[in-house]
Write a protein that binds this ligand. Structure first.
Ligand code: AMP
Ligand code: MG
Ligand code: MG
Length: 319
C-alpha cells in the first residue's frame, strides 16, 4: 500500500493510469476477439470503433473518479447514455511507481496545473486492418501546458508469437526527471538515417519532406504512440509528420516518455507543443520527434524546406 504513503499527485496519477491503460488494453483485445468492431466514420480517413468508445469510457470514468479535480480530455465524443461495465472502473495503483522518488520539480503540482490527454486507441485504421502491433493506448500527463510524462500501453505486443490473448501486451511509462520504464531503451544505429512516418495519412508534402532528408530507410507505420516506440527502441532516428491531423492526445504521452529519455518532440518549426486545456486540439504545424534533443533534433529540423513550412502555414490559414 505504498500509494497511501505517497504525497505526490503526479506519481499517483501515473500509477493509476498504468493500471487503467492495462484495463483499456483488455477492452481493446476483447472487442477484436468478438470480431464486431462497429466502425463509425468520424471524417475523412478518421475511424472510430467500439473499442475506441469502450476504452475511453473506461479511462475517463476511472481517472475522473480517482482525480475529480484534474482536467481530462479524450479523443472521442461519447454518448452519455453509453453503458459502463463495472469492471471498467479501475481504482488500483501500480505500486512499483512508488518505489521511485518524485522529482523535486513535480512535488508541488496541484490539480489545477494538470491536464491529462487520452487517446484510448491510437492507430485505429491499423486496428481495423489487423496490424495489431501499431495499436497503443495513450494517457499523457501535462503540467502547466507542457507534456511531462505518460503511459504508452501496447495491448497486442507479442501477438505474432503468443496466441493466448490474456498474455499479450506491455506498458511503457515515463516521467521527466525520472526516466522511462517497461522496455529497453536503445539508441538508433550510427552512420545511417532511419525515419518513421504515417502509412495511412500521407501527402505530397510529407513525401517531399522525407525525400529532402535522404534517409537510408523509411518505416511507414500506424499510430503516433507506435512511432515514438520505434524511436525510443532504437529502430528509427526520427518520426517525421509535416502535416496537420495529429492531435494533442496523440502526442502528449509519447512526448512525455520521449523527453524523459533525452529525446524531443516539437512542431516542424521547432516550437514546443502546448497542452493547456483551452488549446487547439490539432497539431497544426506538424510533428517532429527525435531520439536526441541536442543533435538529432536540430539536424532533422534543418531538413524541412521553406516549401514544406509554407505548405503547413497555408493549411493553417485555410482552416
Ligand atoms: P498515423 O501516423 O497516420 O497513424 O497518425 C497518427 C495519429 O494522428 C492517429 O491518431 C491519426 O488518427 C491521427 N491523424 C494523422 N493524420 C490525420 C488526418 N489527416 N485525419 C485524422 N487523423 C489523423
Ligand atoms: Mg491517435
Ligand atoms: Mg484514437
Amino acid at each position: 500500500m505504498l500509494w497511501k504513503m505517497s504525497n505526490s499527485l503526479v506519481l499517483k496519477i501515473i500509477a493509476s493510469s498504468i493500471n487503467i491503460s492495462k484495463q483499456a488494453g483488455v477492452i481493446v483485445r476483447d472487442v477484436m476477439k468478438t470480431g464486431d468492431l462497429a466502425v463509425v466514420d468520424k471524417g475523412i480517413n478518421d475511424l472510430q470503433t467500439e473499442a475506441d468508445r469502450r476504452a475511453q469510457n473506461c479511462i475517463i470514468t476511472s481517472l475522473s473518479k480517482q482525480f475529480p479535480k484534474i482536467s481530462i480530455i479524450g479523443e472521442e465524443t461519447l454518448d452519455p447514455n453509453d453503458k459502463i461495465e463495472d469492471h471498467w472502473m479501475v481504482t488500483t495503483y501500480d505500486e512499483s511507481v512508488f518505489k521511485h522518488k518524485c522529482p523535486e520539480e513535480w512535488l508541488n503540482v496541484t490539480d489545477e496545473d494538470i491536464v491529462v490527454w487520452v487517446d484510448p486507441l491510437d492507430g485505429t485504421s491499423e486496428y481495423t486492418q489487423g496490424l495489431l502491433d501499431h495499436v497503443t493506448v495513450l494517457i499523457g500527463l501535462s503540467v502547466k501546458g507542457r507534456a511531462i510524462g505518460g503511459i504508452i500501453h501496447q495491448p497486442f505486443y507479442n501477438y505474432e508469437n503468443e496466441t493466448d490473448y490474456s498474455k499479450l501486451g506491455r506498458t511503457i511509462w515515463g516521467l521527466v526527471g525520472l526516466g522511462a520504464f517497461g522496455f529497453t531503451h536503445k539508441q538508433p544505429p550510427v552512420g545511417k538515417v532511419i525515419v518513421t512516418t504515417t502509412r495511412s495519412h500521407s501527402s505530397a508534402t510529407i513525401n517531399a519532406a522525407i525525400d529532402a532528408i535522404k534517409p537510408d530507410e523509411v518505416l511507414r507505420v500506424g499510430g503516433a504512440g507506435h512511432k515514438v516506440l520505434l524511436v525510443i527502441e532504437g529502430k528509427a532516428h526520427a518520426y517525421v509528420f509535416p502535416s496537420r491531423g495529429c492531435k494533442k492526445w496523440d502526442t502528449c504521452a509519447p512526448e512525455g516518455v520521449l523527453q524523459s529519455l533525452g529525446g524531443r518532440l516539437t512542431d516542424v518549426f521547432g516550437a514546443d507543443l502546448l497542452y493547456d486545456k483551452d488549446v487547439n486540439h490539432t497539431n497544426e504545424l506538424g510533428v517532429l520527434a527525435t531520439h536526441d534533443a541536442l543533435t538529432a533534433h536540430p539536424f532533422f529540423l534543418s531538413k524541412f524546406t521553406d516549401d514544406v513550412k509554407a505548405s503547413l502555414l497555408s493549411q493553417q490559414q485555410r482552416v
